[in-house]
Design a protein around this ligand. Sequence first.
Ligand SMILES: Nc1ncnc2c1ncn2[C@@H]1O[C@H](COP(=O)(O)OP(=O)(O)OP(=O)(O)O)[C@@H](O)[C@H]1O
Ligand SMILES: [Mg+2]
Length: 358
Amino acid sequence: MSHTETALKERIKELTCLYEVSSIIVNADIAEVKDTLTAIAYSVKKAFQFPKYTEIAIQTPDTTFKTGIINEKLGLTASITIFNKPEGKIIASLTDKSTFLREEQQLLDNVALKIGNLLERIEINNKEASLKRQMERADRLSIIGEITAGIAHELNTPLANILGFAELLKDEFKNQENASKDVDKIIHNAIFSREVVKKLMFFACEMPQEMKRVNIVPTIKEAISLLDATFRKEQVKYVVRIQEEEMWLKADQIQLTQIIFNLIINAIYFSPKNGLVTIKAYQSPTESVLSIQDEGPGISEEALDKIFQPFYSTKPTGDGSGLGLSVVHGIVLSHKGTIKAENNIDKGATFTVRLPKS
Ligand SMILES: Nc1ncnc2c1ncn2[C@@H]1O[C@H](COP(=O)(O)OP(=O)(O)OP(=O)(O)O)[C@@H](O)[C@H]1O
Ligand SMILES: [Mg+2]
């Protein structure tokens, strides 16, 4: 074969490869990136002058795929950029000493560009999906919030009446032991119900607030020290990582304590014996962040959507009302902050609260 003929043949192979890569990408299943990258790698391998001796590797932030053993030093490399940042590369390496053609670098550059575009598309897609989920959740919670606020409001007055009249009756029955005990039960239950209503109103942001500029570090530390006994009783270990001495924020101190209490009590409840709870507080110029991490079972995908709804609880009946996190959610919202629950890579869950400084 003449030199021109060989060159032409190579050129055709490369163009075919580019075409193939384009169609792989067009038909790519966004959920199966690894398959797509595998197909691309083999297509590129075929396009090189000596496919038998050429191995291709594709590295991205999430996966790496190799068609064989790669010697990066003796290879050609093209960088894969995602939103203008280098996030990976594609490498072609030869297993014998023959050298590469100039066009082969161009081919690699072109393929890298296409992979970058694909990964950008995937990232945009994922962001959109997560935003949609968040909006749906916020929507649902706000509807539940409104209903809850209404119910709590309606129950407040009759409950106050029940309590008031029961107190009066208690006086009347002073000398009748049995009746007096029964009235005590009524009072006790009414107080319990009033607490539930109070929590519901917290969730619905209907509680009066006292917003002040405070240094939240002492508040956080104090809340933790109040829970020290609970930690010991439940045999759960904890570490506190707060580097700052001062974190100033406009907040309601009692409500802030509520956030810490509820999150830590959950973490303790779901911790195994000797499990570790890590409590962190840190700040950036714009926000203060509090995170509580545990080594419990974590939260199922399905539950992640529901845990902030009032009355959602996986605790056995009698153990929890399912209001803790809804209260926390309400308070965080009223401070214009955000709360996120996620599972840790190895085990357990992390709750992260972000409160803006202004
Ligand atoms: N740290 C955690 N690890 C695993 N699951 C959790 C954790 N925190 C909360 N959950 C899940 O979220 C649910 C709701 O929590 P929430 O605090 O609102 O209610 P609860 O703890 O069940 O009851 P209450 O707080 O009223 O006593 C829990 O029942 C549990 O399923
Ligand atoms: Mg709870």
